[in-house]
Design a protein around this ligand. Structure first.
Ligand SMILES: [Zn+2]
Ligand SMILES: [Zn+2]
Ligand SMILES: [Zn+2]
Length: 67
């Protein structure tokens, strides 16, 4: 696992951070705070995977009715 990735070897501009997609706004941000375009990242995840609550969707509100 000591080999650099192919993009590193070839000197391509890219980022090893993870792009986080924010569901509410469609914004993306990188864990490395880079300025590399989104498509040049190896990893991308949805923001709720990192505990972001920007979306606060209407999930399962029906299950919490008082009985
Ligand atoms: Zn690389
Ligand atoms: Zn978010
Ligand atoms: Zn990045």
């Amino acid at each position: 696992m000591t080999d650099p990735c192919r993009d590193c070897r070839e000197g391509h501009d890219h980022c090893h951070g993870t792009v986080i997609h924010h569901a509410s706004s469609g914004r993306v941000e990188c864990t490395e705070f880079c300025v590399t375009p989104e498509g040049w990242h190896s990893f991308s995840i949805d923001c709720d995977a990192v505990g972001c609550t920007c979306v606060e969707t209407v999930v399962v509100t029906r299950d919490v009715q008082a009985s």
